[in-house]
Design a protein around this ligand. Sequence first.
Ligand code: FES
Length: 99
Amino acid sequence: MTLRFLDVNILTNGMGGNKMIIEICVGSACHLKGSYNVINEFMDITKERKLEDKITIKAAFCLGNCTNGVSVRIDGGDVLSCSEDNVQEFFEANVFGRL
Ligand code: FES
């Protein structure tokens, strides 16, 4: 888990430029709901689809939506909800169409 989290930091090098910035909450409530697994799945999908040059994944602390976490924010927009079980569906609904 620690090594994977370091991967997040590698992906977050730089400020993102024109890349989509996806912030995933690692605050205590979201952590308990599996935010580290969500981050790993986001990273896996990003790598599988070869989207590293289009997406920056960042860990964020409480995004103020604790009851509906794991909280995810894209490009500073609304705080969305994701879970370990629907990361692929989340990407299809909220990410792929905006790239
Ligand atoms: S801990 Fe994730 S939104 Fe508050």
